[in-house]
Design a protein around this ligand. Structure first.
Ligand SMILES: [Zn+2]
Length: 206
C-alpha cells in the first residue's frame, strides 16, 4: 500500500446534521479531519462494483482482534476482504460496533422529530441511485466516537477525545464509494455542540 498521500484531489467540508459522499480509487487516500474537535462522523463504504460488499465492523474486529482499530490495521468487508488500510490515525479511538442515531432515537431520547444519521445516510444512498434499504447497520463506523466496553459489562459512551485538527487517513485497497452523516446528536456523543468534518481525497504518485 502507498504510505503517503501526495496531492489533493478534492476537499469537502460537511456540516453537522448533513451528509456527503465520494468515490475513492484504489491507492487513493481519504483523510477525515475533525476540524474543531470532539465531533463524530457516521461513515459507511461499499465497493464500487457491488453495494452489497460493504465495510463490516464485526468482521474487522474479528480479523484485527481488537475493537479499537489503529494505524496499520485494515478495515474489512462482509466477505472479509480488505477495503481500507488505516495509514494514519491521530487518536485510534472510534466506535466500531455498528449502528447510528436515527429519527426514532431522537424521538426517544431528545423529544425531537428530526432525521438521524440513519436517515441522512439513506438519503446519500438515494442520491447515488442505490436502494436505501441496502444500508447495513454493521457497516457504519462511528469515526471519533468514544465508546468503551467496560469489564463490568457496561457500554460507556463519552465525549470524543479528538482535538481540533485530529484526523484519520484511510487508503483504499479497492475502488470504493463512501457515504457519511456528520452526527447532530448532542453531548456526549459529540462535544459542546456538533461541528463540521472535512473529507480530503489525496492521490499518490508512488
Ligand atoms: Zn448520529
Amino acid at each position: 500500500m502507498p504510505t503517503r498521500p501526495d496531492f489533493l484531489v478534492e476537499s469537502l467540508t460537511i456540516e453537522p446534521d448533513s451528509g456527503g459522499s465520494g468515490v475513492v480509487k484504489k491507492g487513493q487516500t481519504l483523510r477525515v479531519t475533525d476540524i474543531e474537535g470532539q465531533q463524530v462522523g457516521c461513515f459507511v463504504s461499499v465497493t464500487e462494483e457491488d453495494p452489497m460488499k460493504y465495510t463490516d465492523c464485526i468482521y474487522t474486529n474479528w480479523r484485527n482482534g481488537r475493537y479499537k482499530w489503529r494505524e496499520g490495521d485494515f478495515v474489512y468487508s462482509n466477505h472479509m476482504n480488505p477495503l481500507w488500510f488505516i495509514a494514519d490515525d491521530k487518536t485510534a479511538n472510534h466506535y466500531t460496533g455498528g449502528g447510528f442515531c436515527s429519527r426514532d432515537a431522537f424521538q426517544h431520547y431528545c423529544d425531537s422529530d428530526q432525521p438521524g444519521c440513519r436517515e441522512i445516510l439513506q438519503s446519500e444512498y438515494r442520491k447515488l441511485g442505490m436502494d436505501p434499504n441496502l444500508l447495513q447497520s454493521v457497516s457504519c463506523i462511528g469515526l471519533f466516537m468514544n465508546v468503551e466496553y467496560a469489564p463490568s459489562g457496561e457500554w460507556l459512551v463519552s465525549e470524543p477525545i479528538t482535538k481540533s485538527g485530529d484526523y484519520i487517513e484511510l487508503c483504499a485497497a479497492t475502488n470504493l464509494i463512501w457515504m457519511t452523516s456528520v452526527c447532530g446528536w448532542p453531548k456526549v456523543i459529540n462535544g459542546e455542540k456538533p461541528t463540521p468534518l472535512r473529507f480530503e481525497l489525496y492521490g499518490s504518485t508512488r
